[in-house]
Design a protein around this ligand. Structure first.
Ligand code: ADP
Length: 596
C-alpha cells in the first residue's frame, strides 16, 4: 500500500479518496503549484493535510478567519496531527512559543492570517523554516471580482518573491472564470495544475419560494422535517435574528441569534453551543458561518434574498458537509431586491458598485427562475451540468405548478404604458382594478381603455404578477418606485411573448407547502444512532471539543448500521482511523456490543 493510502486510512480513517483529492495530493507531492476549485464540503482540507504528513518539513496555511483556523486545529489534533496558529490577539510569549515549536520541527502545519505577511520580519522568520508548501485557503478573497475581497490577501504576491521555489496550493469553493484567472495572476502561480470540480452539491435539495408575509409559517413547515437536527437560518437584519430566535423558542425549537452587534463573548458562546449540539438553530446575519466546519448541519434557510449567488452558494454549502442528504430553503420577495438596490446605491459610483448590481441581478433571476436550481448555479460558475431532476423544486414540481399569465402580463404592461410610466405599481393596479380614487380621477385615468380590465383578479394577485414582471426585468423600478417598461417589457407587448408564474404565487396568502423536503434517514435504527450520539456528546464534553470532531454524523450512522464488535470491524467504519480508535474506540465498541 502506498504511503498516501496508508495515511488516508490510518490517520484520517477514510477508505478511499473522494473525486479530485488524489490528483491534488499527488500534484502537491510532486511539488507543483495547484489551484483547486471544489464545492464546500467536498474535502479540500485533506488535499493539503495529507501531503503535509507525507513530506518532510512543515506547511504554512494562510487563512482569513480566526474561527476557521481554530476549528481546523481542533480537528487536526483529534487526528493526532501537530498544528498551531499565530494571530494578533495572542500574547508575545504565546507567539514566541509557537515560533520556537516551528524552529524545533515540532509542527506539521502552521496557520497564519494574511496580514502577518505584511511584516518583513515574519517573512524572514518563515525563510528560516523548512517549508514544504504554502496553502492559501479561501483563495477567492484575493480577487476584487470575487464577493469577499480582502485587502490583506493582496500581500500574498510576496510569497513567490520570498519563496520562488516553494509551491503554493490555492483552494476555494467559489470562483467564476474571471476570479480564477485573477487568483492565478495575483498569486503568481507558475504552470499550476488547475482542478475545477463540477459545481454541484448532489446531497443538497434546493428550494426557493416567494415569501408570504414574514415567511415564518413557511419556515416552520420546512423545519418540521428536522426534529433535533442542526441548521442555520439567515436573515437580513440584526433585529430579525433576535425576533426570529424568540419566535422559534415559542415553538420549542432551541435557537439563538448571532450577529455582529453582539459582544465577542456572546458570539463565542452561541458558536460553541451550536458546535456542541446544545442548541439546534442559529439565526444569523451573514456575520455567521464563514469557515464553520460543523459537518452535521442538516439545513440552511434564508429568510430573504442574499446579495450574490456566491454568498448564497457558500451559505447553503454549510449544510451537509458530511455528504448526507440536507435541505435548503430560500424565501424571497421583491422588497428584498429593492432593499439591496438601495444599499448598493449608497456606495460611491465605481466598478465595484456596477459589479454589485450585476450580481444582485443574477441572484434575483435565480430566485424567480423556473430552471433547475443546480444547473443555474453551475452555469453561473461557468460549469455545465445536466438538470438535477430530483433535487430542486423547479425539477420536482416546477413544470406542474407553472401557470400561463401571458394575458395578464399584457394587461399590466399596457397599463403601465398607458398611464405614462410615471407611477408606482400600486397606482397601476388600482387603474387595472377600476378603483375610483381621487388621484386617478385627477389624472383622468378613468377614461383609459385599461381602466377596470383587471377585475377578474385580486389586488394581491396583480401585485404578484407585477413582482414576476420585475423579476423577469420586463418592468424596471426607478426613483420613488415608479415602474416603467424595459426593452423586454415592450417586446412582450409587441410580440405577445409567453410569461408564466408559479401557481402558488397566485394563491392569495397561500399556505406554505406542507411537504417540506424530507431528509432521508437511511436504514439504521434512530434509537441506536441516538445512543451513539449521546456517547459522542459525553466524550466531547469530557475533552472540551465539538461532538463532530469525535466522529461525524456520517461515521455514527455507519456505526449504527454495522454495530462493529471488534477493533478490525470498527476500523472498517469510514471516519475511524487508528488515532481516533485509540482515543474513543473502546467506549464505542462497548456501546455497540450492548446495542447489538
Ligand atoms: P471543504 O474544505 O472542501 O469544505 P472539508 O475538508 O471540511 O471540506 O471536508 C468535509 C467533510 O468531508 C469532512 O467531514 C471530512 O472528514 C470529509 N471527508 C474528506 N475527505 C474524505 C474522504 N476521502 N472520504 C470520506 N470523507 C471525507
Amino acid at each position: 500500500m502506498s504511503e498516501t493510502y496508508r495515511i488516508l486510512q490510518s490517520v484520517f480513517g477514510h477508505h478511499t479518496f473522494r473525486s479530485y483529492q488524489e490528483e491534488a495530493v499527488n500534484a502537491i507531492l510532486a511539488r507543483k503549484d495547484i489551484m483547486m476549485i471544489l464545492p464546500t464540503g467536498a474535502g479540500k482540507s485533506l488535499c493539503y493535510q495529507l501531503p503535509s504528513l507525507v513530506m518532510d518539513g512543515m506547511s504554512v496555511v494562510i487563512s482569513p478567519l480566526l474561527a476557521l483556523m481554530h476549528d481546523q486545529i481542533t480537528a487536526l489534533s483529534a487526528f493526532g496531527i501537530k498544528a498551531a496558529m499565530i494571530f494578533s490577539m495572542q500574547s508575545t510569549q504565546e507567539i514566541q512559543e509557537t515560533m520556537q515549536a516551528c524552529r524545533k520541527g515540532e509542527l506539521k502545519l502552521l496557520y497564519v492570517a494574511p496580514e502577518r505577511l505584511k511584516g518583513e520580519s515574519f517573512l524572514n522568520f518563515l525563510q528560516t523554516l523548512p517549508i514544504n508548501f504554502f496553502v492559501i485557503d479561501e483563495a477567492h478573497c484575493v480577487s476584487e471580482w470575487g464577493h469577499e475581497f480582502r485587502e490583506d490577501y493582496r500581500q500574498l504576491f510576496r510569497l513567490k518573491q520570498y519563496f520562488p521555489k516553494t509551491p503554493i496550493a490555492a483552494f476555494t469553493a467559489t470562483a467564476t472564470k474571471i476570479v480564477e484567472q485573477d487568483i492565478l495572476h495575483q498569486l503568481g502561480l507558475s504552470a499550476p495544475l488547475i482542478i475545477r470540480a463540477k459545481v454541484e452539491r448532489d446531497n443538497l435539495t434546493i428550494k426557493a419560494e416567494y415569501r408570504n408575509a414574514n415567511g415564518r409559517e413557511q419556515l416552520l413547515s420546512f423545519l418540521s422535517a428536522f426534529k433535533n437536527e442542526s441548521g442555520i437560518i439567515y436573515t437580513l437584519t440584526r433585529k430579525e435574528t433576535e425576533s426570529l430566535a424568540l419566535f422559534l423558542g415559542t415553538h420549542k425549537i432551541l435557537a439563538r441569534a448571532y450577529h455582529a452587534g453582539l459582544s465577542t463573548e456572546e458570539k463565542n458562546e452561541t458558536y460553541h453551543a451550536f458546535l456542541n449540539d446544545e442548541i439546534q438553530v442559529v439565526v444569523a446575519t451573514v456575520a455567521f458561518g464563514m469557515g464553520i466546519d460543523k459537518s452535521n448541519i442538516r439545513f440552511v434557510a434564508h429568510m430573504s434574498l442574499p446579495k450574490t449567488i456566491e454568498n448564497y452558494y457558500q451559505e447553503i454549502g454549510r449544510a451537509g458537509r458530511d455528504g448526507l442528504p440536507s435541505s435548503t430553503l430560500l424565501l424571497f420577495s421583491t422588497s428584498d431586491i429593492v432593499e439591496h438596490r438601495r444599499r448598493i446605491s449608497e456606495q460611491p459610483a465605481s466598478e465595484y458598485q456596477k459589479v454589485a448590481y450585476e450580481k444582485l441581478g443574477a441572484i434575483s433571476k435565480f430566485a424567480s427562475s423556473q430552471v433547475c436550481r443546480h444547473q443555474q448555479i453551475a452555469t453561473y460558475f461557468d460549469d455545465a451540468i445536466a438538470t438535477c431532476k430530483t433535487r430542486c423544486d423547479n425539477c420536482v414540481d416546477g413544470e406542474k405548478q407553472s401557470v400561463d399569465i401571458s394575458h395578464e402580463a399584457l394587461k399590466l404592461l399596457s397599463s403601465v404604458y398607458r398611464t405614462g410610466q410615471r407611477f408606482g405599481l400600486h397606482y397601476v393596479v388600482d387603474v387595472l382594478m377600476g378603483s375610483h380614487n381621487e388621484k386617478i380621477e385627477q389624472n383622468g385615468h378613468e377614461s383609459l381603455s385599461v381602466f377596470g380590465i383587471g377585475k377578474d383578479k385580486t389586488k394581491a394577485q396583480w401585485h404578484s404578477i407585477g413582482d414576476r414582471l420585475m423579476e423577469l426585468e420586463a418592468l424596471k423600478v426607478g426613483e420613488y418606485r415608479v415602474v416603467s417598461l424595459s426593452e423586454y417589457g415592450a417586446q412582450i407587448i409587441k410580440e405577445r411573448l409567453h410569461v408564466s408564474i408559479h401557481a402558488a404565487r397566485l394563491e392569495v396568502r397561500a399556505k406554505a407547502s406542507k411537504k417540506a423536503a424530507k431528509v432521508v434517514t437511511g436504514a439504521f435504527e434512530l434509537s441506536i444512532f441516538e445512543q451513539l450520539r449521546a456517547l459522542r456528546l459525553e466524550i466531547a464534553k469530557e475533552n472540551s471539543i465539538p461532538p463532530y470532531v469525535v466522529f461525524s454524523d456520517k461515521t455514527l450512522k455507519e456505526m449504527a448500521e454495522r454495530l462493529p464488535q471488534n477493533k478490525e470491524a470498527m476500523l472498517e467504519v469510514s471516519g475511524v482511523g487508528e488515532v481516533k480508535f485509540e482515543r474513543y474506540g473502546e467506549a464505542f465498541l462497548e456501546l455497540c456490543a450492548k446495542l447489538s
